[in-house]
Ligand binder design. Sequence first.
Ligand SMILES: [Fe+2]
Ligand SMILES: [Fe+2]
Length: 189
Amino acid sequence: MPNDERYDGVVLLIEYHDQVRRRLAEIRTIEADLEVGGADFWEEARTLAGDVLDFMDTYGPLHEQDETNSLLPRLINALRRAGDDQSASLQLVAEMDEEHVHFREVWAPLAHDLALIATPDAVLSRRHFRDSIAAIEAHYLPHFEREEASVFPLAHQWLSANERHEIALEILGRRGRRHGATADPDTPG
Ligand SMILES: [Fe+2]
Ligand SMILES: [Fe+2]
């Protein structure tokens, strides 16, 4: 079972990053096509904006808990056990955790714009929308890249397969609780 990559918590964390990247690209498409407009565009944009809003409102806070409560404490313990020469890695982990504090405030303006798009006849400021997208891209994407390039490799180096398995079960458990089910490796998110 631990050989199944769905039971590696780090794999699940990367899957979420990829899902967010896809959705940010979709939002960019909406922004680029705003000027063209038209009934078909708005129908599609409303659905897409509503879907992205639901996804990020649901899974954004869960992903933050996955890292802050499941991954990082285990990693910090492992690095401390490894000795003093891990101070640079511990610093990096602390910085990643610190950046999570600002995620919700960076997300809020874009969430507001997506809610406007999802609401028929609401007035949207294109400039505000463009700035909101740029702000979230500037905060989320480099954070994801640093985690994938630096933090997650530390998890593979210092955490056992069993510890990564425990992380996966906690991640799946959070989604299961939210959906009123037990942990299941096929649960999305
Ligand atoms: Fe993170
Ligand atoms: Fe992350």
